[in-house]
Design a binder for this molecule. Structure first.
Ligand code: GDP
Length: 197
């Protein structure tokens, strides 16, 4: 199983003009702030501080590009749902995200990071709608599964599966325990070689 030994940070983009060249294949990671996106990326890539788990609201406005080698990339999209950010930052965030989803030919799939205890929110549905509009497959990681008892975690998984129907694939994940790690890496690899499930 590859753990992406060539993984490295490429650049942070504040504007679409700063996006890296649109070649090869990339998978975007999106999620509400605090859903566990950085922890999931670090676990999947097997590096402790690859994506930063501690951020200021300012940093959440950046699109972070990482190379996984061979023209394959992981893209850490700015988290959403920060209650305290100014309206101008929300507008900037929305423009940046819309432009990202509209323009990236190399976007092969999106990992949507959702806290297993919270279920899907308004922003998750917005993300799903953007992805659907460009025919981009979505894989939902229900994170922090270790915080739920097995029965509750299974119920959360079934409930989200029902809600999503064919809109996305979904799995349980825990960065702390490694639950679902192999499945997440397999899905990431499959998307990066261009396959649908
Ligand atoms: P992000 O804002 O979506 O990037 O979220 P972070 O990865 O920074 O995680 C937010 C908080 O949730 C941090 O305090 C993490 O330690 C915690 N967290 C993330 N993943 C897990 C997990 O799998 N299990 C548990 N118990 N806590 C987690």
């Amino acid at each position: 199983m590859s753990v992406y030994p060539e993984a490295r940070f490429l650049t942070s983009a504040h504007e679409p003009s700063q996006f890296v060249a649109d070649a090869g294949a990339e998978v975007a990671f999106a999620g509400r702030s605090n859903a566990g996106k950085s922890s999931a990326i670090n676990k999947i890539v097997n590096r402790r501080n690859f994506a930063r788990t501690c951020k200021s609201p300012g940093r959440t406005q950046l699109v972070n590009f990482f190379s996984l080698g061979d023209d394959r990339r992981l893209v850490d999209l700015p988290g959403y749902g920060y209650a305290r950010v100014a309206q101008s930052m929300r507008v900037h965030w929305r423009r940046l995200m819309e432009e990202y989803f509209r323009s990236r030919e190399s976007l092969a799939g999106t990992f949507l990071i959702v806290d297993s205890r919270r279920m899907l929110g308004e922003f998750d549905w917005m993300m799903l709608a953007w992805c659907e509009s460009i025919d981009c497959p979505v894989h939902v990681l229900l994170t922090k599964a270790d915080k739920l008892k097995k029965r509750a975690a299974d119920q959360a998984l079934s409930a989200v599966r029902r809600e999503l129907a064919d809109a996305a694939t979904v799995q349980l994940f825990s960065a702390t325990r490694g639950t679902g790690l192999d499945a997440a890496r397999e899905r990431l690899d499959a998307l990066l070689v261009g396959g649908k499930p």
